[in-house]
Design a protein around this ligand. Structure first.
Ligand code: NAD
Length: 250
């Protein structure tokens, strides 16, 4: 019998995996046995991440793609499938913020956040839906945010994109369930990465006060939740949003 929650023989494609939460996800899935496709715009860091995984004995490649661009995603998926033959696990993690109050938010900042955070997930899931359906196996995991559940002042664009991802997760779960493909979301709370580094101290202090577990999250906290949902054993869990936020939102 194989080890509990093993990903041996699986291939996972993780977007935005050059650093932060995506990199932790890629490394954790690899540690559980999966081969990894590291997708990012930052190829210097993506190559580094792939090399770190290869050094542990798994196969890993770094591929460049802008998830908001459908042609770029299609070409990247084609290369990934040619290399590994199949993708079993898709983690839509690439995401950005362009914060600002609505009175001052530029249309371009609204569009960019929605295009990367929400349409990016659509582009990747659409490109992989057919191959996963053919294999009668798939795990799609979308990284949303507690901001998509509660809404966050100064983040109408980001909160909308993350709330959109939750609806997308449920709709796609209903479309793909009969093909043995699960679709779930993970909603991180405050996780220490480059994305949150720039936040003002008062925002950090308030976030900490609101977190019963009395600490900020680590990228590995998110990666562990993703690894659980990515496993074969999670085959009866679909359409859920798993909050990994130290109890911040309940
Ligand atoms: P990060 O900025 O450290 O990493 C994001 C990665 O995505 C980067 O490597 C970046 O190059 C890549 N990326 C950006 N745009 C891309 C594009 N168009 N195509 C391909 N790759 C692209 O951020 P992070 O903190 O690791 O966040 C990862 C995910 O987790 C995001 O979706 C974010 O919204 C979500 N999240 C983070 C937190 C947090 O506290 N850090 C909280 C909730 C949700």
């Amino acid at each position: 019998m194989s080890e509990f929650l093993s990903l041996e023989g699986r291939t996972a494609l993780v977007t935005g995996a050059a650093r932060g939460i995506g990199k932790a996800i890629a490394k954790t899935l690899a540690a559980r046995g999966a081969n990894i496709v590291v997708v990012d715009l930052r190829m210097d860091l993506a190559e580094e991440a792939a090399q770190e995984i290869t050094a542990t004995g798994r196969k890993a490649i770094a591929l460049e793609a802008d998830v908001s661009n459908q042609e770029s995603v299609k070409a990247m998926i084609k290369t990934a499938l040619a290399k590994f033959g199949k993708i079993d696990i898709l983690v839509n993690n690439a995401g950005i913020t362009r914060d600002g109050l609505i009175m001052r938010m530029k249309e371009a900042d609204w569009d960019l956040v929605l295009d990367i955070n929400l349409k990016g997930a659509f582009n990747c899931a659409q490109a992989l839906a057919r191959p996963m359906m053919k294999n009668r196996y798939g795990r799609i995991i979308n990284i949303t945010s507690v901001s998509g559940i509660t809404g966050q002042a100064g983040q109408t664009n980001y909160s909308s994109s993350k709330a959109g991802l939750i609806g997308f997760t449920k709709a796609l779960a209903k479309e793909l369930g009969s093909r043995n493909i699960t679709v779930n979301a993970v909603a991180p709370g405050f996780i220490e990465t480059v994305l949150t580094e720039e936040l003002p101290d008062e925002v950090r202090d308030i976030s900490l006060k609101l977190t019963p577990m009395a600490r900020f999250g680590k990228p590995e906290d998110i990666a562990n939740a993703v690894a659980f949902l990515a496993a074969e054993e999670s085959s009866f869990i679909t359409g859920v949003t798993l909050q990994v936020d130290g109890g911040m939102v309940m």
